[in-house]
Design a protein around this ligand. Structure first.
Ligand code: CA
Length: 226
């Protein structure tokens, strides 16, 4: 599992990093809120450990921004590491979407136990799909299935990204521009008809009616009918 550790106290960062890193866990450390947002926008993590008091952008802003990101990035488990013992700061953190919090100083074994508990809870609760009732997208396998035919259909990376953007907000019209932002990795050069081309190939795979064009505005998938 890839873990992002956001912590500006070098001693705590070093201790956490040293204890969590092993053959199965890679810990990436940043000490600044802006760096955290940058890493989170380009990389998918299995866990985020987030200090609240940070230079650049504070931890609460990092958390709120992360929770507004497109799925599945927004669903990453987050434990807040905070020196603020105040009840309000903890409540704000949980409100903003943290899964748990630890007040510093904490013992590494407690951190590990909390991380395990959060993962257990999440894995039970997480349904790895996005659906509008007609199309179901498997976030893990990056495949789609159409209602009444459970056979998974393979998607290209960009087809998946485009469909995930639409299924994250059924009933909402997404413009060509906003879809373009979803299908390209940072640094990729946009091609002028890429969105139209991907819609065409998704309709071929999933059926002509699954993605609707709203003339002049963009595209959408229907809201669940049940
Ligand atoms: Ca701090």
């Amino acid at each position: 599992m890839r873990i992002l550790l956001v912590e500006d106290d070098p001693l705590i960062a070093e201790a956490v990093k040293a204890s969590l890193s092993d053959e199965t866990h890679a810990v990436e450390h940043v000490a600044d809120g802006r760096d955290a947002l940058m890493m989170l926008s380009v990389q998918e993590y299995g866990f985020v450990l987030l200090d609240l008091g940070l230079p650049g952008v504070d931890g609460m802003t990092v958390l709120r921004t992360l929770r507004q990101a497109p799925a599945p990035k927004n669903a990453v488990p987050v434990i807040i590491l905070t020196a603020r013992d105040a009840l309000q700061a903890r409540l704000d953190g949980l409100d903003a979407g943290a899964d748990d919090y630890l007040v510093k100083p904490f013992h590494i074994s407690e951190l590990i136990a909390r991380m395990r508990a959060v993962l257990r809870r999440k894995n039970q609760a997480v349904d790895n799909t996005l659906t509008n009732g007609t199309i179901t997208l498997d976030i893990q396998d990056k495949t789609a299935a159409v209602k009444d035919n459970p056979k998974p259909i393979a998607l290209s990376r960009r087809e998946y990204a485009l469909l995930a953007a639409l299924l994250a907000r059924p009933g909402a019209i997404l413009s060509k521009r906003s879809l373009e932002e979803r299908i390209y990795e940072p640094g990729e050069e946009p091609e002028s008809n890429a969105v139209e081309y991907l819609i065409h190939s998704l309709r071929k795979k999933l059926g002509p009616q699954v993605i609707k064009n709203v003339r002049g505005l963009g595209w959408m998938v229907d809201k669940s009918s049940h």
